[in-house]
Design a protein around this ligand. Structure first.
Ligand SMILES: [Zn+2]
Length: 399
């Protein structure tokens, strides 16, 4: 299997495709990486149970939220011993990322810890992988990377063979999600789309996916959270999937880099954590100049993409665009700043800044430094920036 074989089934009722996929792969031994509570809540059992009953199935479950090395080691050990013909992963971002890593490492000899931390690399392909997301957020079904935590530190495992062979995205599986989960996961999709547009790694292709994703999220996220309809759920599944396709090319930027410690140290859900710095980072990036531009295409190019974001938000300038983001986040009942989440002690903020790997920030279009990040996390940078910086006029012209 190669990337070209990656098939996507995204529609109401897509789950019914799983039986045919297993048949076509002549798979008898299935490893089922499953978030059991998501499985029980999403209603997939009605369709999957008859399929699983007729095969030899090993279940891997009982893992912690946000993939941890201990769970990866346990899953890889199980998979190497069981030797599945095919792996199925069902759940939110954690289950999907675990499924991707476990499948990819199933036929390797090196230790999961060495591979996750980059001491050794993935060679060849694992068994075919079907992923079935039960949230609309990470878009992990469309990317070749997975998050993993080792001793509290975040790693990104990336390999072409980790792009799932089959993504079965059935919005019906998200119908039972509570509002808080819909909001947090949906914000991840929205932030990934916005970050993808300004990323140094953005290409013409990724920008098409990202703008489409952002449009879907802006239209459907609040309804999907507050008064969910099948159309809003479908719209968010599309937003998440498109944002996944976008970041698979562009990767994410500073709000994601800053978010990992907010999640691991302060237990803030991933999407909520990312959204807490998105508008501040928009204001920051909109001040890019030739001197601090990280994108080789130049500051003017970055500003053009910032203006795409301003237009998507139907704002007249950067200041208004920032307000629209904050209003969206607040409408969803999520904090718009660290202070609002109760994280404002200087020591806490310094710890967050020092935990960020500088290399991970290199995909942000404007260079950063610890002082700038600290100002940004304190949240007292945005107002000044927007009132005094000439970019405001400039970006209005770009509109
Ligand atoms: Zn994310």
């Amino acid at each position: 299997m190669t990337i070209a074989d990656g098939a996507v089934y995204l529609k109401e009722g897509a789950l019914s495709e799983v039986g045919g996929i297993i048949e076509r792969n002549s798979a008898e031994r299935l490893l089922f990486v499953v978030d059991e509570s998501a499985y029980a809540a999403c209603g997939a059992d009605v369709v999957l149970q008859p399929i699983l009953r007729s095969r030899i199935v090993a279940r891997f479950s009982g893992f912690e939220l946000n993939p941890k090395i201990a769970d990866i080691e346990r899953g890889v050990q199980q998979s190497r011993a069981f030797s599945p013909d095919l792996v199925i992963a069902l759940g939110g971002g954690t289950a999907i990322d675990l499924g991707k890593i476990i499948a990819a490492l199933s036929r390797q000899l090196d230790s999961p810890r060495d591979i996750v931390t980059g001491q050794s690399s993935i060679i060849g392909n694992g068994p075919p992988l079907i992923v079935i997301p039960t949230t609309a957020g990470t878009g992990s079904e469309a990317t070749q990377f997975a998050v993993a935590y080792v001793d509290g530190e975040k790693y990104s495992v990336s390999h072409a063979s980790m792009l799932p062979n089959y993504a079965v995205v059935d919005p019906r599986l998200t119908h039972s999600l509570p509002a808080g989960v819909t909001a947090a996961t949906g914000l991840d999709a929205f932030c990934q789309a916005i970050e993808s547009i300004w990323a140094v790694g953005a290409t013409d292709e990724s920008i098409v996916y990202a703008t489409d994703a952002a449009r879907h999220a802006l239209k459907h996220l609040v309804p999907a959270t507050k008064e969910p309809t099948p159309a809003a759920r479908l719209g968010m599944s599309q937003a998440a999937h498109l944002a996944g396709k976008a970041i698979n090319i562009s990767k994410t930027t500073a709000p994601h880099a800053l978010s990992y410690a907010l999640t691991s140290r302060h237990n803030i859900p991933h999407g909520t954590a990312v959204a807490m710095t998105l508008s501040s980072m928009l204001a920051y990036n909109a001040r890019v100049t030739a001197d601090d531009c990280a994108d080789p295409r130049g500051a003017e190019h970055v500003l053009q993409r910032i203006s795409v974001i301003v237009k998507l938000l139907e704002a007249t300038g950067v200041a208004e665009a920032c307000q629209r983001i904050d209003r969206l986040v607040a409408d969803l009942g999520c904090p718009i700043s660290l202070a609002e989440a109760g994280i404002q002690e200087d020591g806490q903020l310094r710890q967050l800044v020092s935990s960020v790997n500088a290399q991970r920030l290199s995909n942000n279009p404007r260079k950063t430094n610890p002082q700038a990040l600290l100002r940004l996390l304190r949240g007292n940078d945005k107002g000044e920036t927007l009132q005094t910086h000439p970019i405001l006029n400039r970006s209005e012209k770009l509109n």
